[in-house]
Design a protein around this ligand. Structure first.
Ligand code: ADP
Ligand code: ZN
Ligand code: ZN
Length: 728
């Protein structure tokens, strides 16, 4: 008797173990395929993790298990969906993220292929082809025409035939034509033609050599936008391909994939697979099968593409490595960079992390020798960076200008409109939060113990810290200058658009934020239209900052640099620096000189100052001091324990008990909380959060694992863990 161990997902049931199913004799089954099974009277899709042979009969097995084992109904895949390496990654994920095994399996598999209770959405693309089988029959004139046409072509796809389906059918029935079904892939890549290889600059040759000769598998390639990083990636891919190996290239966002796909496919004849969440289920299925069938040499994608079962990898590239989208913030809370490093060890491949503004973590690792540091100091053609100017909005207030826009920003917008050039306005907006500050002296209200800005909660008119739970009433007097000009900052893109329309009646404006781009493709449409100069001014949130290249943009205005800066988060400064650098880089990309204007109420803040100077190293030095003094990452590790339950008191109590228990067990772990996160209730479940700060990862993870197991049977409160959380 053959038995298969099958993982399933079933409602909210905690099924973190495989179930045993009998394999019917006529079915051939291997580890790694999906199957249809019956579970609780529902037909669902499961994932086979093991198949074993036993001498026991069905009756004996039923006796042993204590219930009647069921048979597998159907096998869904002809080949395993993942290979041994990916399975290793699943176990690594489970270890590192404290997630359930089934969640880890689901994470490495494309959504359309993951085991679940839902129906299968992805389908193979089957096309019909016709060829001539026999010419012995007597045909009428029309039929003759069809047969001659097909004879001439040899074989014709149904889609390319302009004859009526019924006439074809008649010929098939007569035995004149043969119909063959072929499985095909959907095409995602346009033919971009080919572009020539560029002669590398000395700086690029230097960098390339350093990457080639690095003892370390992981290389941090640091260089401002336009310094020629992508060109280096292309050369690295070329070398790898020539060695018979394959390349995996990640970008942080779907919006950036068309650009990199174009640049890679212009240079290579090899087959490419694309992998990101913008594809529909069937498209993903096709791309995934191309990889399983070893038909591609290069895979391009976003975060989840790090899990594709590409074999024989020679290089993994993460462009814009500092980007937060490489981190999944729900369980399993993995970072694509860690998976890349894991895989590079398996394949002995290089990992190249590219950025103009490396994450603090990566930069520290590069400086301490964990990564090799390679720097591209100049822009190609030594093109200048845009000139950047800080506008002190306090002075505007003093002048009696209470509008969102400074006078100089308005003047410059007007100037660009007159010259028929384009403008980008960035509203720095993250999450739901807004901070509170003093209008007179710019004092920002911060948590006395965590040194991060407090978040304004409108509902109960309080300021709160989301790390430690510190809370105070909305202040009426500034503790620094005793004035009573306290205000909170909060603003939307819609408001900005309204104001712009009031000031510039003729200007064609378009908004890009999460509200305006909810419909599929709408994001691409907006970008395309802006690129075609159907609009003069693009107003948006951080979505517009990355990688986009519009030659007519010569002015970038940052409306409120402060908002992101004073979020209740130790990464607030780093994020704002990255965002400002990126958006400034949008200005003056071609031959036109670019300009950027940063409006702020706190012009003295080091993040604003250094972003305007565009000197990453200066910023890094200041930021690292702040982190070090506070013992924040990368000098420690953060983990969130999120407790969820229907009853607030019960949930809080459990979190509080856990805190006391952990403190007792391990004095080296510092704990913030318990505290409610900004969104304190979700799906009728109350959320209570503990934030752990620690240094010894192994020891702490072991303890967390114990905690998870200890409340596994608790039906009232559940616990999920996020290691190194990026969001509240
Ligand atoms: P980055 O990835 O750092 O932003 P790119 O590789 O995209 O930089 O290079 C910026 C621009 O310069 C691109 O248009 C690219 O085609 C061009 N470029 C890069 N390297 C060279 C080179 N060696 N010679 C000429 N042009 C180059
Ligand atoms: Zn605090
Ligand atoms: Zn003040």
């Amino acid at each position: 008797m053959k038995v298969a161990k099958v993982y399933i997902e079933y409602g909210s049931l905690k099924v973190n173990r495989p179930f045993d199913y009998l394999v019917p004799e006529n079915i051939n089954i291997t580890k790694g395929v999906r199957v249809f099974i019956n579970f609780n009277h529902a037909k669902i899709v499961g994932y086979v993790v093991d198949v074993y042979e036993t001498h026991k009969s069905e009756e004996e097995l039923n006796d042993e298990f204590g219930y009647e084992l069921k048979y597998i109904e159907k096998v869904l895949d002809d080949k395993p969906l993942i290979n041994d390496e990916i399975e290793e990654i699943v176990h690594y994920l489970q270890e590192e993220t404290m997630s359930s095994l089934i969640k880890c399996y689901q994470t490495v598999l494309p959504p359309s292929l993951k085991p679940s209770s839902s129906k299968i959405k992805a389908s193979k693309l089957i096309k019909k082809y016709y060829k001539v089988l026999s010419t012995d029959y007597k045909l009428n004139e029309g039929q003759r025409e069809i047969v001659d046409y097909i004879l001439q072509k040899g074989e014709v796809c149904k889609d390319d035939l302009e004859f009526s389906a019924s006439r074809i059918k008649t010929l098939v029935n007569k035995g004149v034509l043969e119909e063959v079904e072929r499985e095909e892939y959907r095409t995602l890549i346009k033919d971009f033609g080919k572009s020539k290889w560029k002669k590398l600059t000395n700086g690029q040759i230097d960098a390339l050599n350093q990457i080639r000769n690095s003892d370390n598998n992981v290389v941090l390639l640091e260089g401002v936008t336009g310094s020629g990083k992508t060109e280096i990636y292309l050369h690295l891919i070329k070398e790898v391909i020539e060695q018979g190996k394959n390349a995996l290239v990640l970008v942080p966002e779907i919006a950036l994939t068309p650009l990199i796909i174009k640049r890679i496919s212009e240079r290579f004849d090899e087959n490419i697979a694309i992998f990101h969440s913008g594809l529909n289920a069937s498209e993903k299925y096709d791309e995934y099968r191309k990889i399983i069938n070893k038909e591609v040499r290069i895979v391009i994608g976003t975060r989840s593409a790090i899990f594709v079962p590409l074999e024989n990898i020679g290089i993994i590239i993460l462009d814009e490595e500092h980007s937060e989208s490489y981190k999944q913030d729900n369980s399993p809370s993995y970072h694509a960079k860690d998976i890349a490093v894991f895989r590079s060890n398996v394949h002995n491949a290089k990992v190249v992390l590219g950025s103009a503004t490396p994450s603090l973590e990566s930069k520290v690792r590069a400086l301490t020798g964990q990564y090799t540091q390679v720097i591209l100091p100049n822009r190609i053609n030594n093109q200048n960076l845009p000139t950047t100017q800080i506008v002190d909005m306090n002075l505007e207030l003093k002048k009696g200008n209470y509008s969102i826009f400074s006078e100089s920003l308005l003047e410059k917008i007007e100037d660009r409109l007159n010259k028929n050039e384009q403008v980008i306005l960035l509203l720095n907006k993250r999450g739901y939060a807004s901070y509170v500050s003093c209008r007179k002296c710019h004092y920002v209200f911060k948590c006395p113990s965590c040194d991060v800005s407090l978040t304004y909660h409108k509902k109960d008119e309080t300021l709160k810290c989301h790390y430690c739970g510190y809370s105070q009433n909305y202040p009426s007097i500034c503790p620094s200058c005793c004035s009573n000009s306290i205000r909170y900052i909060g603003l939307g893109t819609q408001k900005i658009e309204e104001e712009i329309k009031k000031k510039f009646k003729e200007a064609r404006t378009i908004r890009m934020d999460y509200d305006s781009t909810s419909k599929k493709y709408s994001l691409e449409k907006i970008l395309e239209d802006f690129d075609n100069h159907k609009y003069d001014i693009l107003i948006g949130t951080q979505m517009i900052a990355k990688g986009l290249d519009f030659p007519l943009v010569t002015l970038v205005g940052v409306i409120n640099a402060d908002i992101g800066l004073y979020l209740n988060d130790f990464r607030a400064g780093e994020r704002t620096y990255q965002l400002l650098t990126q958006v400034i880089g949008r200005s003056g990309r071609e031959n036109k000189k670019g300009e950027a204007l940063i409006q702020t109420y706190t012009p003295e803040n080091y993040v604003i100052r250094e972003a305007s100077k565009q000197d990453y190293n200066d910023f890094f030095r200041s930021e690292v001091i702040y982190r070090k003094e506070r013992n924040y990452p990368p000098f420690s590790i953060f983990a969130t324990l999120m407790f969820k339950g229907r009853n607030y008191d019960e949930t809080y109590l459990l979190a509080d008990n856990m805190k006391k228990y952990i403190e007792q067990r391990d004095k080296d772990i510092f704990i913030f909380g318990p505290v409610s996160p900004y969104i304190a209730k979700e799906n009728n479940l109350y959320k209570v959060k503990l934030t752990l700060k620690y240094k010894d990862s192994k020891k702490t993870l072991k303890l967390i694992k114990e905690l998870i197991e200890s409340i596994n049977n608790n039906t009232k409160v559940s616990l999920s863990v996020i290691i190194d959380p990026y969001q509240d």
